[in-house]
Write a protein that binds this ligand. Sequence first.
Ligand SMILES: [Mg+2]
Length: 141
Amino acid sequence: MARAYPAKNIYIDIEGVILTRGGLPAAHLEQFLKYILSNYRVFWLTTRCSGDIKYTLEYLGKFVPAEIIPLLSKIRPTRFSIDKTEAINFGDEFYWLDDEIFASEKNVLDKHNKYDSWIEIDLMKNPNQLAHLIHNKLYYS
Ligand SMILES: [Mg+2]
């Protein structure tokens, strides 16, 4: 039986989140994507997507194994011009996974009282962070 459609949105960055800063796929990437795609609505929030995932997938195809691409193709596009927060729907609950956000973006989160929605990813410090998240903060019960 299908579970109730989850209310929560997830926005994800690429460099430093899906890919390490060295351009390798993050550890546990396939498991992570399967989990969040089954439990959340997932959106890109990256300069590598400007309203069209074709370019995003072409880019990622240079770094990730082919079997990951069908999962990545389920992530929905967004568009913003300067700050990523332009593309966030503040009317819905969300998490935003990013390794680095601008001071202006922090201010917008603060203004909406959503600073805690930002999950700071640091794969250098914690290479297993994606697996940790789906068993903890992103665990959907
Ligand atoms: Mg990044």
